[in-house]
Write a protein that binds this ligand. Structure first.
Ligand code: DAH
Length: 341
């Protein structure tokens, strides 16, 4: 029997050596060490041996089984290791290949334009203020010198929520809020960017919702010359150093005098072209000296304080600067359009 056992061990070891995958190895394990294996058969035959031989042969069988088992274990580890190495070799990354480009989003042109205007005024020492889009009639109109039934209310078609509240038609109510909030009635110097709403039909140049930036300075010696100087700085920064400005008399209830501000045409440099409708000038915004009625309504003594105010239409500035001919392009979020700026 001893010889048979040794022979079986040699046979098993040889077979194990030639195996290449785990599946075959498991089959082989069951062949040599399983229930139906020859070793199990030997174990069953032990009972036929003499009491002297039984333990000796039993021990031999166990040693043989252990030996085979150890070989199988070693082989298993070798196969697994080879598999991992093969996988690693396959997954090797070529670090010299160029990386994939990830396209980053960027700020919308309207946001860029607002930030550009903000930067100009922050540079001049202004603070940024915000006001609510749902506004009270008294701030949007009444305290801006536009009492109920005033005909100038028709200049801005309004979207009312209730009798006393509406979606603000302009950022000018932030002027009132800022002046009222200032309990000590000190000088103020703010800009207020934000969204405004009008009951307008959308077309190439109109939108029911758009953006404005309000500018307000109230101080003891603020003059029209300060307004003009400020406008000139803003026009040059926004449209180029060579720009000139022109003030034309206009009317807004909350400013007196009121002006419409034109910038010299940056396309034809004043000669006349389609951009400036052959006038050499492009109308860009409204402004004026704060009306005494507004100062008084907000608790500022007009004998002591004067101020100026400016209202930018952000879409208009962006369209002029970048040659955009349809305001609706600013809202449709077509990436082919947006990514140009
Ligand atoms: N609030 C005006 C509008 O929406 C624009 C405006 C004009 C604002 C003159 C001002 C200003 O501050 O002084 O039509």
């Amino acid at each position: 029997m001893q010889e048979k056992i040794n022979q079986l061990v040699d046979e098993a070891v040889n077979e194990i050596e030639s195996i290449e995958n785990l599946n075959d190895l498991m089959l082989l394990k069951s062949k040599y060490l399983g229930k139906k294996s020859e070793f199990n058969q030997f174990m069953r035959e032990l009972k036929n041996l003499s009491n002297e031989e039984k333990p000796k042969v039993g021990q031999m069988i166990n040693l043989a089984k252990n030996k085979i088992n150890n070989h199988i274990q070693e082989k298993k580890e070798a196969i697994e290791k080879a598999k991992i190495n093969e996988q690693l070799a396959q997954e090797t990354v070529d670090i010299s290949l160029p990386g994939k480009k990830i396209s980053l989003g960027k700020k919308h042109i309207l946001t860029q334009t607002i930030e550009e205007i903000e930067d100009i005024f922050i540079g001049l020492g202004y603070q940024i203020k915000e006001g609510p889009e749902q506004e009270e009639d008294k701030y949007n109109f009444e305290m801006l010198n536009l009492p109920k039934n005033h005909p100038a209310r028709d200049m801005q078609d309004s979207l009312y929520i209730s009798e006393d509240t509406l979606l603000r038609t302009h950022t000018s109510p932030v002027q009132v809020r800022t002046l009222l909030e200032n309990e000590k009635k000190e000088p103020v110097k703010i800009i207020a960017p934000g969204t405004v709403y009008r009951k307008d039909d959308d077309d190439q140049t109109h939108s029911h919702q758009f953006k404005q930036v309000e500018v307000l300075v109230v101080d003891k010696e603020t003059s029209l010359a300060d307004l003009k100087g400020t406008l000139l700085i803003a026009a040059k920064k926004l449209f180029g150093e060579e720009r000139e400005i022109r003030l034309r008399p206009s009317y807004f209830p909350f400013t007196e005098p009121s002006v419409e501000v034109d910038v010299s045409c940056y396309q034809c440099h004043g000669k006349g072209c389609s951009m400036c409708k052959n006038t050499g000038w492009i109308e860009v915004l409204g402004a004026g000296m704060v009306n005494n009625n507004v100062l008084e309504a907000c608790g500022y003594d007009p004998h002591e304080f004067q101020g100026f105010a400016i209202g930018f239409g952000v879409e208009r500035i962006a369209m002029l600067k970048h040659g955009i001919d349809d305001i609706r392009q600013l809202y449709t979020n077509d990436l082919r359009f947006n990514s140009q700026f």
